[in-house]
Ligand binder design. Structure first.
Ligand code: ADP
Ligand code: ADP
Length: 229
């Protein structure tokens, strides 16, 4: 089965006292396993809406969204998600925030503690494991969310502008790390980005969404022969 299969997906937001907002208009998408796909489009066109539906945290109004051939009923353990603004638990330390999926899925805490510390190193937050989210900048919090999305090695990654709040140098490093993880651990990645150069550099396929109501209007294959980091 495809990693992601979307057919006729439509999302309508009800607005009290105003007209409904049509965010997605019967869009179709197929992602094969192992693809790295970037999703670009104008602000407000429905990209985040699409990602939240695939993450199982928002239901579609109409149409079908399948992950590996299965209908979505909620968040899935094999899908790692990074939302546009990081959602961390303020009462949990950084380490415990990264470990959240381990607790929720009741995995072996001792084993995953070292994985969490390794991921904190990868997102350049070594030494911050005992701190609390409020002690970290927005960009650092976003990197905690990235580490958390990777903790149980999900086969599918959904990322909504994960590097938007980062400075240029950190952003470049994170891009390289993401590409390395994708190659080494054979993941399927759907990445929303504002940056066309970033999309073309990272992805092997770029999907372009129309202005709202969003639907995929272009599906571009990027040359796979170019060198990879
Ligand atoms: P993008 O990620 O491409 O910027 P979004 O998916 O965030 O677009 O939003 C698409 C449209 O839906 C926008 O007009 C936005 O204002 C609207 N929207 C998003 N979330 C909600 C919501 N929870 N309630 C009402 N309208 C929403
Ligand atoms: P401890 O490890 O001391 O048991 P936790 O850090 O796991 O404490 O949890 C602290 C608080 O956060 C508890 O009230 C717990 O119910 C709540 N909590 C933990 N995980 C979640 C979650 N995924 N969603 C909502 N609340 C949570």
């Amino acid at each position: 089965a495809s990693a992601i299969s979307i057919k006729g997906l439509l999302k309508r937001y009800k607005a009290a006292g105003r007209e409904d907002i049509l965010a997605l208009d019967r869009t179709d998408i197929e992602l094969a396993e192992g693809e790295f796909v970037a999703l670009v489009g104008p602000s407000g066109c429905g990209k985040s809406t699409l990602l939240k539906i695939l993450a199982g945290i928002q239901p579609p109004s109409e149409g079908e969204a399948l992950i590996k051939g299965e209908r979505l009923t909620g968040p899935r353990p094999d899908v790692g998600v990074v939302l546009q603004s990081p959602v961390l638990f303020p009462w949990r330390t950084i380490l415990k925030n990264v470990m959240l999926p381990v607790d929720v899925l009741r995995l072996d805490k001792r084993r995953y503690r070292s994985v969490a510390l390794e991921l904190l190193k990868l997102v350049q937050l070594e030494g911050f494991e005992g701190r609390y989210p409020r002690e970290l900048s927005g960009g650092m919090q976003q990197r905690v969310a990235i580490a958390r999305s990777l903790i149980n090695d999900p086969s599918l990654l959904l990322m909504d502008e994960p590097f938007g709040a980062l400075d240029a140098m950190t952003r470049e490093r994170m891009n390289a790390e993401l590409q390395r993880i994708w190659m080494e651990r054979r993941k399927t990645v759907l990445l929303i980005t504002h940056s066309i150069p970033e999309a073309v550099f990272l992805a092997d396929r770029v999907l372009v969404m129309s202005p709202r109501p969003g639907r995929i209007i272009e599906d571009i294959r990027v040359d796979l022969e170019r060198p990879r980091p």
